[in-house]
Design a protein around this ligand. Structure first.
Ligand SMILES: [Zn+2]
Length: 801
């Protein structure tokens, strides 16, 4: 079979002067591909969040009303321990009281310990209110956190969620009461280790009444709110979601992927406590995440509306259902269509469907073999062609990214490695993938027929479907439906007589039957890209190649006329996108970059430095660091940073009080020493880092035990406890150690501003630079070491070295 075998005379009358032209012959293939491309863009675009809502009846959710709340509290960075944090707490409390609820503040010590990382603790202040139901079965818990990251104004993370839950409560109150209680929980200390949620679950009496949790989050400043995580046995929850929400954006693959990522939100705590629930977040515009760009002006109000639509619809639905009924054990496979409707079925149904489609795949191949359209060797070649395309395209994209990374080094705005022109690079990489795949197929087409190449590609769908059932059962929908429709196309192609199958019909069948694959896979590819960022763009190459596999007939028909047109044109378009991306201006007020500088004083030596983890001083940090500043570890200042080198330069010593330790009790019994002490930031800093050079077998802070595992030491040598928002009088530690060793402790406190130093005036940053997220920037650290030698005195005097 040669290339042109499947090209049959076009059935539409063509003017004579055009008849011989090759373009006319393959025009249907061009049109079919154009249709597919439009469908892909439409399916991505359809995930836009819903329109904002201003004037609606009091019983409905209005993003405009929610925005008013946000306007009042997303005005300053409000990390836990800051003064602005207390203002936000008071505002939320007052708004709940205004609604006629009886809010309470759960103020308590919360502790979260995890193997291999610092112990996290804080004095948290959760704000809690209950909307009583008429015949409560179990409560619906609505959760968002009100603390923000240190430099963020917290408009999106997580102010939009707080505002939409306040608006939801207001709307619920304006309607007839629900059967179940609705508990509003504004958690504290999420950013520093999910501490508010931990305190609620472990210590609040209402926690045991909770029937279902709805948690709301953000990791950017726009995009649809995605229901991206569920608890196990989610069948009933997905039913409720599908029945109640008009604009669902959710799929079971992202939930499966998220399970394997180390990321956390408060939802993790509820899940670990055995509660059922759903987790929502919008994630586009990650550059705003944890930076001063996370402000009200940058927030897309439609995302706020989307949060609220879920919250109100689900609160009403779940608020009127029996949350005590036994929960079925089924897990659901689910996905949205154009963000308008949620298709869902059980994993058992998914398995049956997959088996049927697998049988159908074999049936189609046998049919093709019998009709003489396929050969066994051709199938193997077809299979290999897609494999080589996947490998080739991945390598090409990785290579181009590697080359670009040297240019991008100075263009990445923040540490996550993302640039302000991410989407242009994505488009470039997609076209590079098309080019690489087209080249591979050009080479294979000399040997193998189009039918063999195209059906051989489908075997990949079958193979990945089997793999998916084992590792990502939530992702099977992404393979089974595209495969099923592609098979229908082949049944038609093999059964219709070639005389009846004109080129136009052939292209039409291919395009229509590829549509389900395009509709399901395109938004997924886009979401993966948004989730992982530019540095891991190569992850989108395989799905893009698979998508091309579905459209192979059209690609190949087009290529018969213009052999090197597809690869050449795709490569050219790819280059254009990448060049345009590179030509964008570097940084601006709207698209700034981040930098870092912080001040550390060692009160033991009286020495201080300015330090940064930036590679070199920039035009702003050069007021602290000269060009010849050297990189060295900060072991004498922040010992937990383990030899990480920081660019640093000596600074004048600030006249600020160092942290204090007061031993309250110190006793040795047998070989064990128990020390009870109070640790305090004399200057009332926001955070205490308590680092120990001694292994501590048992420990508690303010009466809450620190324990990783029952059989392991509570506190390894070199580990630390980070305590946020300590009370003015300090925190109480009770430590048990071996009596043979002195206890060595270093306490460092951190405040969220620069120190006041004689003859030092800190200039403001230029408007195109902001404090770098996930850094220590704009902080003052003061550290002091304490060595407590073995003593049997009940209250000992303290030696500091
Ligand atoms: Zn958050």
């Amino acid at each position: 079979m040669t290339n042109n075998d499947v090209i049959v005379a076009s059935d539409a009358p063509v003017p004579t002067f055009l008849k011989s032209h090759r373009l006319v012959k393959v025009l249907p293939a061009f049109l079919a591909l154009g249709f597919s491309a439009c469908l892909a863009l439409l399916s991505i675009w359809s995930l836009s969040p819903p329109e904002i809502v201003a004037n609606v009846s009091p019983g409905e959710f209005s993003s405009a009303r929610a925005r008013d709340y946000l306007k009042a509290f997303a005005v300053k960075p409000h990390p836990i321990g800051s003064t602005a944090h207390a203002e936000v707490r008071d505002y939320i409390f007052a708004e709940l009281a205004k609604m006629g609820l009886a809010p309470q503040v759960q103020e308590t010590t919360a502790v979260r310990t995890r193997k291999g990382s610092a112990h996290r603790a804080a004095t948290v202040q959760n704000i809690i209110a209950k909307l009583g139901g008429t015949a409560n079965t179990r409560a619906v818990l609505l959760v968002a956190h009100y603390d923000a990251a240190p430099y963020s104004l917290g408009a999106s993370d997580d102010g939009a969620a707080i505002a939409s839950l306040l608006e939801t409560l207001r709307a619920l109150k304006a309607n007839a009461p629900l059967k179940n209680d609705v508990i509003f929980l504004a958690t504290d200390g999420e950013e520093i280790g999910l501490l508010g949620a931990t305190a609620f679950v472990q210590q609040h009496p209402w926690a045991k009444d909770v029937g279902v949790v709805l948690n709301f989050e953000a990791r950017g400043d726009h995009g649809p709110s995605i229901m991206f995580q569920t608890t196990d046995r989610n069948g009933w929850l997905i039913d409720e979601l599908a029945e109640s929400v008009s604009r669902p954006v959710a799929n079971s693959l992202s939930a499966d992927i998220y399970k394997r990522l180390p990321n956390d939100t408060d939802f993790t705590v509820f899940q670990q406590a055995g509660m059922n629930g759903l987790n929502f977040a919008y994630i586009e515009g990650v550059a705003a995440y944890h930076t001063s760009l996370d402000n009200l002006a940058n927030l897309d109000e439609r995302s706020l509306q989307h949060h609220g639509m879920y919250a109100l619809a689900l609160a009403r639905r779940l608020g009127n259902s029996d949350l005590n009924r036994p929960i079925s054990k089924s897990e659901a496979v689910y996905f949205d269509l154009f963000g308008r409707t949620l298709i869902h079925y059980s994993r058992t149904t998914a398995l049956v469907l997959s088996i049927l489609v697998a049988l159908l795949t074999f049936g189609v191949i046998v049919l093709g073999l019998r009709r003489g359209r396929l050969t066994l060797s051709g199938q193997i070649w077809g299979f290999l062609a897609l494999l080589l395309s996947m490998i080739g395209a991945t390598l090409l994209v990785m290579l181009v990214y590697w080359i670009l990374a040297t240019f991008l080094g100075s263009r990445t705005s923040f540490r996550q490695g993302d640039t302000w022109t991410n989407h242009l690079y994505l488009a470039g990489f997609v076209f590079l993938t098309v080019a690489a795949t087209a080249i591979v197929y050009n080479l294979f087409r000399k040997k193998v027929s189009i039918d063999n190449l195209a059906t051989g590609a489908l075997i990949w769908f079958l193979l990945l479907l089997i793999v998916s059932h084992v590792f990502f059962p939530g992702g099977t929908y992404l393979l089974v439906w595209p495969l099923l429709f592609a098979l229908i196309a082949w049944i038609l192609k093999f059964t219709l007589s070639p005389a009846k199958l004109s080129l136009t019909k052939l292209c039409l069948i291919s395009a229509v039957c590829a549509a389900p694959g395009i509709i399901l896979m395109s938004p997924m590819i886009y979401q993966i890209f948004v989730a992982v960022g530019i540095s891991q763009t190569s992850l989108v190459v395989v799905p893009v190649t698979l998508l091309i596999g579905l459209l192979l007939i059209n690609f190949e028909l087009m290529a018969t006329g213009f052999r090197w047109l597809v690869p050449a044109a795709s490569a050219l378009v790819a280059v254009c996108f990448i060049v345009v991306a590179l030509l964008q201006p570097n940084f601006s007020q709207q698209q700034p970059r981040g930098n870092e500088i912080f001040y550390v004083l060692n009160a033991d030596t009286g020495k201080a430095v300015w330090a940064t983890s930036d590679a070199r001083p920039d035009e702003w940090t050069s007021q602290f660091l000269s060009r010849d500043a050297t990189a060295a570890p900060l072991n004498d200042y922040l010992p937990w940073l383990n030899n990480t080198a920081f660019l640093q330069q000596p600074a004048p010593a600030a006249t600020l009080a160092a942290p204090e330790i007061k031993v309250l009790d110190d006793q040795v019994q047998e070989q064990t020493r128990r020390i009870h002490m109070r640790v305090n930031s004399a200057r009332e800093a926001a955070t205490l880092f308590i680092y120990s050079g001694t292994e501590i077998s048992e420990a508690s802070v303010n009466g809450q035990p620190l324990a990783k595992r029952p059989d392991a030491p509570a506190w390894d040598k070199g580990q630390m406890l980070i305590y946020s928002a300590p009370p003015r009088e300090g925190v109480e530690l009770l430590l048990t150690i071996k009596s043979s060793e002195p206890l060595i402790v270093k306490v460092v406190d951190r405040s969220f501003q620069f120190p006041e130093l004689a003859n030092v005036t800190v200039k403001a940053r230029p408007n195109y630079i902001v404090p770098a997220p996930f850094s220590y920037t704009d902080s003052t650290f003061i550290g002091k070491s304490f060595s407590l030698p073995v003593t049997q005195a009940t209250v000992s005097s303290l030696t500091s070295n």
